[in-house]
Design a binder for this molecule. Structure first.
Ligand code: BES
Ligand code: MN
Ligand code: ZN
Length: 502
């Protein structure tokens, strides 16, 4: 999809579809919509009355122009409540545009920057959000479709978007937003593709290779590979034990982004279980079906680094993951085994399906050795978090309220849902082990919190936030127009926003 921001009158643009916007319960047509109505001899206002168009968010009406305008047809799209209007609404509008064009087989669309004419949103933000919405909604994953699919004529997709503006400020700041939107959408789509790729192909070695691809010469990114020997040398016996049942050797990646001026150092750790069968504590068939997504944390770390090279925040960022596959097998780790993490902590394995935290123990200890000012981990850690918050919302657990608030603010701005759960210490009781330092599980209740409490000792005194993304990293059904089913790339834009705000 090609998106261009150009100077000019939208009503004069030749295209398949011209989009006009209307807030909810607006008394009368204003601005460009009114001008278009005039050219159409009042047809738009008549239709609004007749069809009782209310302007609810995403509500739309498409009608032909019968040669009265340069555009072949016009779409009137509702912006919803004026008081609730923000960048995330614009992102959804971008998504609706893609879906509308698909439905009506339109290939070129002309639009203004939503919210700019009414001064509801700065041009830069509107352009960024619209671009994100358009590209993310248009993203498809069909590399695994067969020859027949590829031979068939593709359904007509939106190929060209013209954003027309006449306002000086919009023309000055819009293009910057468009550029940022492109970068963030592409980074998010990379994370989605990695998650969508079947585990047979997205092996630990492959995942590490995907990280390595970002460390090109001339970029400010480097990538260190932690192969099995290196992991053994460093004493990462917790992570190594999870991998023992698999044919695939464990391997880690340590990405570093170094800007010219660095104000802070941040470490971001991703869970990277390329397939989670549960191990000897085998999962039921239906729970295993989507477990290729169990490396979504690492996928988002990789996506984030793709964006960092362009966004260039003034913080040093370490991106770390230890990739393993959790399988049953003759040499698999067992319930009852005791494994020793890199910092010497002994872990009694109660359930081999609580493997994410066992691998993260070593990853967090390793990350903390980089002496970061703060650490964040992203992990598809618990089904319990999905039970607590549902599929759309990630759980935030932190030992530092200031850090937590900053992440919640970033999430609000990017439209990624995030909600805090308490790191309630008394729940630590059942994960105390009789024979080792700590158990890897401790009962069904408050599973998301117990998962986070398990991780807590491994970060020491460092400010740390744990994001349990088991729910929102994968969309079973479409809940937003800019998010097709499958991997979502949750966390890429949120973390980019957070790092830019430091
Ligand atoms: N990868 C799963 C968590 C998960 C569940 C992610 C659903 C995405 C969707 C994790 O490794 C796991 O199996 N957790 C167990 C923990 C339990 C054994 C304490 C769970 O949630 O059941
Ligand atoms: Mn598991
Ligand atoms: Zn898992």
């Amino acid at each position: 999809m090609n998106i261009e921001l150009i100077q000019g009158d939208i009503l004069e643009k030749t295209c398949d579809l011209l989009t006009l916007y209307q807030f909810k319960d607006a008394k009368r047509l204003t601005g460009i919509t009114a001008a278009a109505d005039e050219e159409m001899a009042g047809a738009i206002s008549a239709l609004i009355e007749q069809k009782s168009f209310e302007g609810k968010l995403g509500e739309n009406m498409v009608f032909p122009t019968f040669g009265k305008m340069k555009a072949r047809s016009v779409a009137l799209i509702g912006l919803g409540d004026k008081k609730k209007f923000n960048a995330d609404v614009v992102r959804k509008i971008g998504g609706y545009m893609v879906k509308l064009s698909r439905e009506h087989k339109m290939r070129s669309v002309a639009t203004n920057l939503p919210g700019v004419e009414t001064a509801s949103l700065p041009a830069r933000e509107s352009a960024q959000a619209l671009t994100e919405g358009l590209l993310l909604a248009g993203h498809q994953f069909h590399i695994y479709k067969g020859a027949q699919f590829k031979k068939e004529k593709k359904p007509r997709e939106l190929g060209q978007v013209f954003i027309l503006e006449t306002d000086k400020r919009a023309l000055k700041f819009g293009p910057e937003g468009l550029e940022t939107g492109c970068v963030l959408a592409e980074a998010t789509m990379l994370a989605r593709d990695l998650v969508n790729t079947p585990s047979a192909d997205m092996t630990p070695a492959q995942l590490v290779e995907e990280a390595q691809k970002l460390a090109v010469r001339g970029s400010n990114i480097s990538c260190k590979i932690l192969d099995q020997k290196a992991m053994e040398r460093m004493g990462m016996n917790a992570a190594l034990s999870v991998a023992r049942g698999s044919q695939h050797a464990p391997v880690g990646a340590h990405l570093i982004y170094r800007p010219k001026n660095s104000k802070k150092t941040v470490a971001i750790v991703g869970k990277a279980v390329t397939f989670d069968s549960g191990g000897l504590s085998l999962k039921q068939a239906n729970s295993m079906e989507t477990m290729k997504i169990d490396m979504a944390g690492a996928a988002s770390v990789i996506g984030l680094f793709k964006a960092l090279t362009v966004l260039k925040p003034e913080v040093t960022v370490h991106g770390i993951f230890l990739a393993v596959e959790n399988m049953p097998g003759g040499s698999a780790y067992r319930p009852g085994d005791v494994v020793t993490a890199m910092d010497g902590t002994t872990i009694e394995i109660k359930n081999t399906d609580a493997e994410g935290r066992v691998t993260l123990a070593d990853a967090l200890v390793y990350a903390n050795k980089q002496k970061p000012d703060l650490m964040i981990d992203l992990a598809t850690l618990t089904g319990a978090c999905v039970v607590a918050l549902g599929e759309d919302i990630a759980g935030l657990m932190t030992n530092n309220q200031k850090l937590g608030q900053k992440l919640l603010t970033a999430a609000r701005e990017t439209g990624e849902q995030l909600w805090e759960l308490p790191l309630y210490e008394p729940y630590m009781e059942p994960i105390k082990s009789k024979i080792a330092d700590i158990n890897n599980t401790g009962g069904r209740e408050a599973g998301a919190i117990k998962g986070a409490l398990f991780l807590k000792p491994f970060v020491g005194e460092t400010a740390w936030a744990h994001l349990d993304i088991a729910g929102p990293s994968y969309a079973e059904k479409e809940t937003r127009p800019d998010q097709p089913c499958g991997g979502t790339g949750y966390g890429v834009r949120l973390l980019a926003k957070f790092l830019m705000s430091l």
